[in-house]
Each structure stands twice: as C-alpha cells, then as structure tokens.
Design a binder for this molecule. Structure first.
Ligand code: DGL
Length: 288
C-alpha cells in the first residue's frame, strides 16, 4: 500500500466523525472501532430527525450540512456518512462544501451482491429514497451491464422506525421483514445486500427467514467492513491514523433521546460511551 504522508501523531489525535439518521451509525462504528481500535470516534445519531427515508433530497442535504458543520466544530479528521440514504442524496454536496476533508460514504452493497450471486439475481433491501435516487439507479445499471446480474431492489418502509425503537424481533417486525424478504427469494435472489445501515441489526432475522424459505444458501452482505477499510486507507495515505497502543475514546451525540442512544450502545454493541443530547436540529446549525 502506498503511503504519501509520514504519520502525524498530533493531527491523528482528532476524532473520526461518524453520522447517520439514527442508530445505523452504530453498525458502521463497530467495524471502524474494530479496524482502527486506537482512533477516537465521535458518533452522531440524528434520531430526532429520523427516518431520512421519506425526506426529499433538499431536506436530507440540509440535515447533512448541519451535522457536518457541527462535526467541524469538533475538528474531526474524517467524516463517515454511515447512511446509504444520506450518501445517495447528499455526499456530492458534502464534498463540495468540504473539499479538503476526508469523506467516506456507504454504498448499498450491490456489487458484492452481484459478484456472489449464482442465480444471476441479487436482492437489495434499502429505503425508498435510496432506491429512488439517481445514484442507486446508475449503480444498478452499471453492475448489471458488467456482470449480467439482475438487481432486485426492495424498499422497506417502516423498518428503520422499528429498529430505532429497539423492536428487533417483535411480531410486527418479523411480519414486516418477511414481507420484504420473501418476494426477493421468490424471484430467485440468492444474495441480499443490506442497503441501509440500520438493517444489520435485523440480519439474524433476515438470515433465519432466508434459511427457512430457500433451499439454496443465501448470502447476506453488510458493507460496514468495506467502509472501515476505505477509511483506514485514506487515513494512512494522509498519515492520520492514530497508532498509539491505548484504545480510542468514543463520544456520542444525538438529536433524539440520550437514554435511548445509551441503551442502543449497550444492547447492540456492549459499549457505554458518554452520550450528549442536542436540543434540536436547529441548535446544531447555530453552534457552527
Ligand atoms: N441508516 C439509514 C440508511 O442507511 C437509514 C435511513 C433512514 O433514516 O431512513 O439509509
């Protein structure tokens, strides 16, 4: 791997900012902290404004730029957009505003889903906004053109809310996930990409349904690890990876309830970071 910069231990002390509309940030954060255990991480969950899935592009861009402005006040060395919906709608705007900043987005895993498919049909679960986005359509067209694999996209309205509420295996969530996964299996998908960072938290449920319904093995793809790898590459290129041996700190902010985010960290990751609640989305913008 090429290193274009010497390590800069002072600049490396700055945190990595990871944000999502909500607790989807945690499914990416767990891969980042396992790959970069010495790095400090600042996690921002915009739960007071979740879900992003039904919002317009203009609304999502406004939220993303407000969060990025807040992260700048914390002097982050990189921004991870741990949200497929925000990546699709707003990553270009974010890069234009902060051309010097390391910005890593998430893609819905269409490419690995196509590569692993033996049936020639790959499923993707995502929010309605992601599926309606030009970025997603262009990605699917490109992958189908290069691999010949048909992409079956399934929107999952309501699922982000269930996961935000901690209902990972309630009867309603099970029925909801079945209604999204069964059509993909019925239409021949043997791979399912999790195109929303909330969905890895219901991966065991998706897996159980797939195993029950499908004779063939179904591969489920979570892109969190690929995001962490890309982040590591970019930090190394600029000499910004924190290399000292002691573990990095995690601090968290939310526009929702601090108690809920604390619970999510404890229940989903077994972590107990300091969590600060911000009054509202507006207060973030004015704190710039
Ligand atoms: N975790 C977000 C994503 O990856 C969820 C979007 C939403 O809030 O609807 O798309």
């Amino acid at each position: 791997m090429a290193f274009s910069a010497y390590p800069d231990p002072v600049a490396a002390e700055a945190p990595i900012g990871i944000f999502d509309s909500g607790i989807g940030a945690l499914s990416v954060l767990r891969h980042v902290t396992s790959r970069l255990p010495s790095d400090h991480v600042l996690c921002f969950a915009d739960s007071g404004n979740a879900p992003y899935g039904g919002k317009t592009d203009a609304e999502i861009i406004e939220r993303v730029l407000a969060i990025a402005a807040f992260l700048q006040t914390k002097k982050v060395k990189a921004i991870v957009v741990a949200c497929n919906t925000a990546t699709a709608a707003a990553i270009e705007a974010l890069r234009q505003h902060y051309p010097e900043q390391i910005v890593v987005g998430v893609e819905p895993g269409v490419k690995p889903a196509a590569v692993f498919s033996k049936t020639g049909k790959a499923g993707v679960l995502a929010t309605s906004s992601t599926i309606a986005s030009n970025r997603f359509k262009a990605l699917c067209d490109r992958i189908t053109a290069t691999t010949g694999v048909e992409i079956l996209a399934q929107a999952c309205p309501g699922l982000v809310d269930k996961i935000e509420n901690g209902e990972l295996d309630s009867p309603e969530t099970i029925a909801m996930v079945e209604s999204f996964v069964l059509p993909l299996l019925k239409n021949g998908a043997d791979t399912i990409a999790l195109g929303c960072t909330h969905y890895p938290f219901v991966e065991p449920l998706i897996n159980a349904i797939a195993q029950r319904e499908s004779k063939e093995a179904v591969t489920i793809i979570d892109t969190g690890e690929a995001v962490a790898r890309q982040l590591e590459r970019l930090l190394q290129q600029r000499g910004l990876q924190r290399l000292v041996g002691d573990p990095g700190r995690i601090e968290a902010y939310t526009t929702g309830s601090a108690a809920s985010l604390r619970r999510a960290f404890a229940d989903l990751l077994g972590l107990h970071p300091e969590v600060t609640a911000l009054d509202s989305g507006e207060s973030i913008k004015t704190s710039e």
